[in-house]
Design a protein around this ligand. Structure first.
Ligand SMILES: *Cc1c(COP(=O)(O)O)cnc(C)c1O
Length: 374
């Protein structure tokens, strides 16, 4: 094995696409259209083709994508938005920013995804109070997509808007469809460490709804109407940079190959970790984007420290569920209210995951892990 083990190796990827990357970046520097240059449109078309969805709106980040999706749907004060408690802060933050109320729902202990039984109970409870149940923000944690067919049916039955927070799962496949095509509105992130990442902040919204796509294009440009100084709604500055679009075009070329490599790395981990360690689930018919390879351990913190001394980086996603974060305490029922999320936050550990890990490296990581836990 050569060199240091990286948690995410963006350098190996950069080496691979260097020539195309340089060409595309220089082209942007030459034409100088840094805002909404031709690469933005080119990327949106390429992504729409990739996901086989009608519209892709390139935006400034995954967080802004979530915010704009909720804005377009008119979510605001008095509305309850249901989201898992075991997720990244951004999922909940945008709900609060719009004056709506996040209702945290516990997740499934195996898939770590929002649990329909708990969701039903949460909706019933909200209906007894003053808030109006408005939307479900489902999260594709670690790159695994929930069953959006079931979730779409569920949301229709309960008259709720469904938005997919697919920040971690771009590229994942469920049945014959890719993320972007699975939910009525899908939001993703191009943060550098995500499966498809740029070299800064970026994101996208995907939908087949033409009217919604038009609203989103307006919202991302300060609510513009026919022209720039015709303002028809409240918007934000939510555009994706031309340079980031150019970088993503270069990365998209190798993305499918990288997804296959991630799947291979996950298989090597499955094999090398054996039966004693709780590994990620693999539901039939789903190809995960493997944003993370996350295991569960009884004494997670000790194991993480030991691995660190061996030069193996790990990460904890997430050490605290949202409902126990100081800023969000007032929206939940505190400790003990969402036991699965609380349990997971004490036990999860994400191992190095990127397309450029070798079988040999996975073997070394697994050997250290086995040595530490026995
Ligand atoms: C990364 C992430 C986001 C936010 O994406 P940014 O591009 O960093 O703003 C939102 N939700 C989830 C689940 C994420 O992992």
């Amino acid at each position: 094995m050569s060199g240091k083990i990286e948690f995410v190796d963006l350098r190996a990827q950069q080496e691979r696409i260097r020539e195309d990357l340089n060409k595309r970046v220089i082209k942007v520097l030459e034409h100088g259209q840094y805002i909404q240059g031709p690469e933005c449109q080119e990327l949106e078309s390429a992504l729409a083709e990739y996901c086989r969805c009608s519209h892709v709106i390139g935006v400034s980040s995954g967080t802004d994508a979530l915010l704009m999706a909720l804005m377009a749907k008119g979510v605001g004060p008095g509305d309850a938005v249901f989201c898992p408690a075991f997720t990244f802060t951004a999922t909940a933050e945008v709900i609060v920013l719009l004056g709506a109320t996040p209702v945290f729902v516990d997740v499934d202990p195996d898939s770590y995804l929002i649990d329909l039984g708990n969701l039903t109970a949460a909706i019933t409870k909200v209906r007894q109070g003053k808030l109006i149940p408005r939307a479900i923000l489902a999260v594709d944690l670690f790159g695994l997509t929930p069953d959006y067919r079931a979730l779409t049916k569920f949301s229709q039955e309960h008259d709720l808007i469904l938005i997919a927070d697919a920040a971690q799962s771009f590229g994942a496949v469920f049945g014959n469809d890719r993320v972007g095509k699975l939910a009525p509105v899908t939001v993703t992130s191009f943060f550098p460490a995500k499966p498809l990442g740029c070299y800064g902040d970026g994101g996208a919204i995907m939908t087949d709804d033409t009217e919604l796509a038009e609203q989103l294009r307006s919202i991302r440009a300060h609510g513009k109407g026919i022209h720039k100084y015709d303002i028809v709604r409240i918007g934000i500055n939510g555009r994706l940079d031309t340079l980031q679009a150019a970088i993503l075009l270069a990365k998209l070329k190798v993305f499918d190959d990288e997804l296959r490599a991630r799947e291979q790395v996950a298989l090597w981990y499955d094999e090398a970790l054996g039966g004693k360690i709780k590994k990620p689930v693999r539901p039939v018919g789903i190809t995960c984007a493997w944003a993370q390879y996350t295991i569960q351990l009884d004494d997670r913190d000790r194991v993480a420290d030991m691995l660190k001394t061996k030069g193996i980086p790990t990460a904890i996603y997430y050490p605290k569920p949202i409902h126990l974060q100081p800023a969000y305490m007032s929206y939940g029922d505190g400790i003990g209210s969402l036991p699965v999320s609380e349990f997971l936050s004490q036990r999860v550990l994400s191992l190095p995951m990127h397309p450029y890990l070798s079988r040999e490296t996975i073997g070394i990581i697994a050997d250290h892990l086995h040595a530490v836990i026995t």
